[in-house]
Design a protein around this ligand. Structure first.
Ligand code: FES
Ligand SMILES: [Fe+2]
Length: 382
């Protein structure tokens, strides 16, 4: 039971082709050390979507969030440049901005009133005269890398990795560009807390529609299960299905139209679900090894008052599907804790996306273990 973190990670075989592969082991879903490694090697090193660009359109507009345990704030400066900072006051570490979003002339800490410009420089520090060698210029907010893609703001905690553009890749960026997302407008956000590891939710999403006929009867009635397609990219997966009107369950059929449904997953934790005139994003955030928050943002082509009822009907369909997924994810997490389960096999027809996810994750976690062991060895030599 006392396996090292290296043994736990290396117990997965990433070289097996899909037909021979097994899932990542149950220990990855229940072991707090794996979550800790994921925070450092996955969530801190990948670009993470933290909000919408329209929330920070004008100077002084900001959004706050927490990413891998780090409080962050992203704010548009007076010079119109978007910047991200650790939302940690340089005085005694309080959160400088305490609302989820807003518009301010400067960033003022509520604890002792230190004030930072919208560009992060320390401007005011009450009663700080007489403090020896106090260098105001060295006490600005600590910056974090920030970038915008399509409708969203992203940050990355670790510096010196690939740009957001490079990590998304030209193929994915081109495909999303073709969807003309600027025609869709945000309407509402809903949050769900699931009693499962974050990967259970991602696996469930990436099973190529395998669970849809069994678990989501309404959704199943508008998708063409036999023609459900799965394409895996370098660090993303597109699952898509023709949309059918014949025999559609009425509640779902009314709000899921068009030619095709597109379900994009972007490693590690972002999903974009697109139907004609309707889109939602899912952001999957680990709260603990067996608790996960999934944030849904709903977008529509028409968000006018006249369309409100119809849009709410569309959200209600997503809500029902989500409720069905919440229950099954809880059941899976309980099973992963059972002594009866270690790993499972993957459907070649359906679960290529899940296989891709597990392999990318293995690569990141293995690299993380190597990095930390090297750092520890260096520290012990010193
Ligand atoms: S902690 Fe922010 S002013 Fe003291
Ligand atoms: Fe589902």
């Amino acid at each position: 039971m006392n396996s090292s973190i290296r043994e736990i990670i290396e117990s997965y075989n990433p070289t097996a082709p899909l037909a021979e592969a097994r899932t990542i082991p149950a220990s990855w879903y229940v072991e707090p050390r794996v979550l800790d490694l994921e925070r450092r090697s996955v969530f801190s090193r990948s670009w993470q979507m933290i909000g919408r660009a329209d929330q920070v359109r004008e100077p002084g507009r900001y959004i706050t969030c927490e990413l891998a345990g780090e409080p962050l704030v992203v704010v548009r400066g007076s010079d119109d440049v978007l910047r991200g900072f650790f939302n940690v006051c340089r005085h005694h570490a309080a959160a400088v901005m305490t609302e989820a979003e807003g518009r301010v002339p400067n960033l003022r800490c509520p604890y002792h009133g230190w004030t930072y410009s919208l560009e992060g420089e320390l401007k005011g520090a009450p009663d700080s005269s007489g403090v020896c060698g106090f260098d105001r210029a060295a006490n600005g907010l600590v910056p974090v890398e920030t970038a915008v893609w399509e409708k969203w703001v992203f940050v990355r905690l670790e510096r010196d990795g690939p740009s957001l553009e490079d990590s998304l890749g030209a193929s994915l960026a081109g495909q999303i560009d073709a969807l003309s997302l600027d025609k869709l407008h945000w309407m509402e956000r809903r949050r769900y807390v699931l009693e499962c590891n974050w990967k259970v939710f991602v696996d469930n999403y990436l099973d190529g529609g395998y669970h849809v006929p069994h678990l989501h009867k309404g959704l199943d009635s508008v998708l063409d299960y036999a023609n459900y397609a799965i394409e895996t990219g370098e660090r993303f997966c597109l699952q898509s299905s023709p949309v059918v009107a014949d025999g559609a369950e009425p509640q779902t059929g009314q709000v899921r139209k068009g030619e095709r449904a597109l379900y994009y997953w972007i490693y590690p934790n972002l999903m974009i679900n697109w139907y004609e005139g309707v889109m939602d994003t899912n952001l999957v955030l680990p709260l603990d090894v067996d608790r996960t928050e999934v944030i849904f943002d709903f977008y529509f082509a028409d968000v006018s008052e006249q369309s409100r009822e119809r849009n709410l009907a569309s959200i209600a369909v997503s809500q029902r599907i989500q409720d069905e997924d919440v229950a099954i994810c809880k059941s899976v997490q309980r099973g992963l804790n059972s002594r009866a389960y270690e790993t499972g096999r993957l459907s070649v027809r359906r679960e290529a996306g899940e296989h891709r996810f597990h392999r990318i994750l293995y690569g990141d976690l293995k690299a993380g273990v190597d990095r930390f062991e090297t750092a520890e060895r260096r520290a012990s030599i010193k």
